[in-house]
Design a protein around this ligand. Structure first.
Ligand code: C5P
Length: 279
């Protein structure tokens, strides 16, 4: 629905050209935007608490944000279903991973390229980088850093998407053949030997040193298999977050109007069903 309550696909539907495909349950843009604006960290809590939503903590955050922004219309009392306070419940399964992966192993003699990073809010900068990296060889492996590792070098509430969510975004990219789920921050001898890596590369973003002193690419550099690659694209995860934050009020108004219309449409449908049943 648009904010005016019009089905955004009505023209396509009336032309009989509309087809619905299944979405990935538990992954929602609205939820990601909520994480950016509320600075929540629940999405990457580890262990048994990983999917446990602490309402108290969340409500406190909302109140803090409201008082900081002088806004009173975010995350009011409908905590369970508001887009601002809901937290996605994405549960990864092996089937889901299989659906997203290309299922290919490297052929003997293939040149294997390795890149690593956060790949948070998978964007066009990542895409351009991965396309260029894939052209350096025949088989591209992407190492994804864990949530605590990403948080240690990006700070705040980064990563916005947790490791499970980032795995699917990267796997879905056609240039990627394999993903290491939770790669070490420093590229080690073991990792290079295990995956028989021929080239390691990094894009145009600065390289953070581990503990402020260790170069994560020291080992591939000594082996002379390290390359810097210019993606030719200056998009970053941080820029996306900044844009969302600066458009917050607009987004918030649109979401509220949308949510209201969706509830009304849902209720009308329920009433229609009940009338049909009674009839
Ligand atoms: O920042 P992040 O860890 O997600 O980046 C993953 C890789 O993508 C890094 O090698 C980074 O330099 C590269 N990148 C790029 N151009 C961009 C954004 C990211 O080359 N615009």
């Amino acid at each position: 629905m648009t904010a005016e309550g019009v089905d955004t696909y009505h023209l396509v539907k009336s032309a009989n050209r509309y087809k619905e495909v299944k979405r990935t349950a538990g992954v929602s843009t609205t939820d990601l935007v909520g994480r950016m604006l509320l600075l929540t960290r629940n999405h990457f809590r580890q262990g048994s608490a990983e999917y446990d939503i602490e309402k108290e903590e969340k409500l406190l955050k909302i109140q803090q944000l409201q008082s900081r922004l002088g806004s009173s219309n975010m995350g009011q009392d409908s905590t369970a279903k508001s887009p601002w306070t809901g937290c996605s419940q994405f549960l990864p399964t092996t089937q889901k991973i299989i659906q997203f992966s290309d299922g290919k192993s490297p052929n003997p003699g293939d040149k294997i390229v390795y890149v690593a990073g956060a790949f948070d809010l998978f964007h066009v900068g990542h895409l351009d980088f991965l396309e260029k990296a894939s052209k350096l060889g025949d088989y591209l492996i992407v190492g994804l850093h864990t949530d605590p590792v990403v948080n240690s070098y990006k700070g705040s509430n980064y990563p916005i998407m947790n490791l499970h969510e980032r795995v699917l975004s990267v796997l879905a990219c056609k240039f990627v053949n394999e993903v290491v789920i939770g790669a070490p921050y420093c590229v080690t001898e073991e990792l290079l030997d295990h995956f028989k890596i021929d080239v390691v590369c990094h894009g145009r973003t600065p390289i953070s040193l581990e503990d402020g002193k260790i170069d994560p690419y020291a080992v591939p550099k000594t082996r002379a298999i390290f390359e810097l690659l210019d993606s030719g694209n200056d998009m970053t995860t941080e820029r996306i977050v900044e844009r969302i934050i600066s458009h917050r009020l607009e987004y918030e108004r649109r979401n509220q109007a949308k949510e209201k219309k969706e509830i009304e449409a849902f209720e009308a449908l329920q009433r229609q069903k009940q009338t049909q049943k009674a009839g």
